[in-house]
Ligand binder design. Structure first.
Ligand SMILES: *[C@@H]1O[C@H](CO)[C@@H](O)[C@H](O)[C@H]1NC(C)=O
Ligand SMILES: *[C@@H]1O[C@H](CO)[C@@H](O)[C@H](O)[C@H]1NC(C)=O
Ligand SMILES: *[C@@H]1O[C@H](CO)[C@@H](O)[C@H](O)[C@H]1NC(C)=O
Ligand SMILES: *[C@@H]1O[C@H](CO)[C@@H](O)[C@H](O)[C@H]1NC(C)=O
Length: 462
């Protein structure tokens, strides 16, 4: 129901934007280099039956100038496609406005910097535009066409194992269906926030699932809305719980019409998976997922190790099997991590544990951690019924770099409140190989309005 309502709102917005965009003059296209197609509402209505899938080839030898690629290209000499190299296949998703996906170039560049590979971009903008339900109807046809090309590439010496499909949103399910057609023998499929609407309840035959490739990984960033909420890979990274991302505006959908440009707000959570993935390919920091039953348990600090992976947490990016060395590889394993709001997105995970003496009234405690001039804070609501609090924080620096910890009793302005007696406040950074003794300060009496500060004397990396 919610989805339907949102679709209607989105359509209204779409038509409005389309009419704006239609008049905008397009940049002159380089005739030698190929580009993704785009369509307008008018163009789409005139030729809606045609799928018009095309492929663009990029390699390190033509990283800035895509070449259109088809079965004949392989027999042509010279060709940039090298059958001895692995091949990355990028599949975009639903294009509400018929525009070409703007992120393709950045993803291709990041892939080519990271590995010497053939990159094939599947351009199905014509089939992917406007009515979502019609688009969903044709995604299997796109997969079928891709499989014909893969068959040809096999004849020229490519192995199925050498293919890695990277599918964004609906593109993840297109990749999944290609995988189904090859009975799971394709090397790898990465789903970047695989589409949720019309897929969550779908049979595994119709959506991405671990049987589609030898290894399937997925990143979830908008699982309450455009993305799918169930695990679909061997490992599934749920960023910040997989629903709402830091730095994205989370207004109610009805009020979103007030904002402009509407579209980027709506898609901020959904596209975060792609941006985090590209950042991981850039390699500035390592994004590790920690296995846990659910996000609530994770945020209570009940999952702090990667013991089930023999201590090596799976990582986002191109490492074989996400860095997992055990076999068999688990399936549909949920992994959690917190991120920051912008590239390179990495954060340190700190467990904050607080134990207080029983209170007669509820209170609020502010915990501040400082490093140089930087300060982060967390508010804890203290109830009379609970004395132990545990919460996980995404922290910009490591625990060993924190200079001081401050506690302030901030609650209850309107009635008299006594002191809060903190039996202990402890910090632990994770994931850890072995649970070590946390960093604790004990026995603190905090008066209302009188902040307490404790300087930490510690050294990093011994
Ligand atoms: C799509 O783009 C290619 C060039 O990249 C062009 O040759 C082809 O005609 C375009 N298709 C349509 C339908 O515009
Ligand atoms: C988009 O499509 C129109 C024709 O439908 C074409 O003239 C224009 O060059 C295209 N723009 C880009 C950036 O490909
Ligand atoms: C194709 O890749 C292989 C393996 O990296 C390399 O040895 C060979 O030189 C490449 N061929 C061409 C034509 O670049
Ligand atoms: C990756 O690196 C390139 C080149 O240094 C940069 O332009 C791009 O913004 C980076 N992307 C991310 C997501 O970090």
């Amino acid at each position: 129901m919610l989805w339907e309502h949102k679709t209607i709102v989105l359509c209204v917005v779409m038509v409005y934007i389309t009419s704006l965009v239609a008049g905008v003059e397009e940049r002159q296209q380089d005739t030698k280099c190929a580009d993704l197609n785009n369509t307008t509402w008018q163009g789409y209505r005139q030729q809606r039956v045609k799928l018009q899938v095309q492929y663009l080839l990029l390699t390190r030898r033509n990283a800035d100038c895509a070449k259109t690629f088809n079965q004949e290209s392989l027999s042509e000499q010279p060709t940039f496609f090298n059958v001895s190299l692995p091949t990355k296949v990028i599949i975009h998703g639903y294009r509400a406005l018929g525009s070409k996906p703007s992120w393709v170039k950045e993803l291709v560049q990041a892939l080519l910097r990271a590995q010497d590979v053939n990159v094939l971009v599947v351009d199905w903008v014509y089939g992917a535009s406007y009515a979502y339900n019609l688009v969903v109807e044709c995604y299997k046809e796109v997969a079928l066409q891709i499989s014909v090309l893969i068959n040809q590439l096999q004849k020229h010496g490519c192995t199925l194992k050498s293919f890695h499909f990277i599918g964004v949103s609906l593109g993840a399910h297109v990749a999944g269906f290609v995988g189904t057609l090859f009975e799971g023998k394709i090397g790898r499929i990465t789903g970047l926030d695989p589409a949720g609407p019309m897929f969550k309840g779908a049979d595994t035959f119709d959506r991405l699932d671990p049987s589609d490739a030898q290894f399937v990984d997925a990143i979830h960033t908008d699982s309450d809305y455009f993305g799918i909420s169930i695990p679909v890979g061997h490992v599934d990274f749920f960023l910040n719980g997989g629903k709402d991302q830091t730095g994205c505006v989370h207004s109610r959908f009805d009020s979103i019409l007030v904002y402009f440009p509407v579209y980027s707000y709506v898609l901020c959570d959904h596209m975060r998976a792609l941006h985090v993935y590209m950042s991981a390919l850039n390699g500035s920091c390592t994004l590790k997922g920690i296995p846990c039953f659910n996000y609530e348990e994770f945020m209570k600090g009940n999952c702090m190790t990667c013991d089930m992976f023999r201590g090596a947490c799976p990582t986002i990016g191109l490492s074989d099997n996400s860095g997992i060395t055990m076999s068999p590889i688990p399936k549909e394993q949920k992994l959690f991590l917190l991120t920051s709001s912008s590239a390179p997105f990495c954060a340190h995970h700190l467990l904050l544990e607080l134990e207080v003496s029983p209170l007669d009234k509820s209170a609020e405690l502010e915990v501040k951690l400082t490093t140089g001039k930087m300060e982060t804070q967390q508010r804890l609501r203290l109830q009379t019924s609970t004395t132990v609090y545990r919460t996980v924080l995404a922290h910009p620096v490591a625990l060993c770099e924190i200079d001081s910890i401050k506690l302030k009793n901030t609650g209850a302005r309107f009635y008299r409140q006594g002191d809060v007696h903190v039996k202990s406040v402890c910090l632990t950074e994770f994931p850890v190989l072995r649970r070590e003794k946390p960093l604790c300060v004990n026995n603190i009496n905090i008066r209302r309005g009188a902040p307490w500060t404790h300087d930490l004397v510690q050294v990093c990396g011994i």
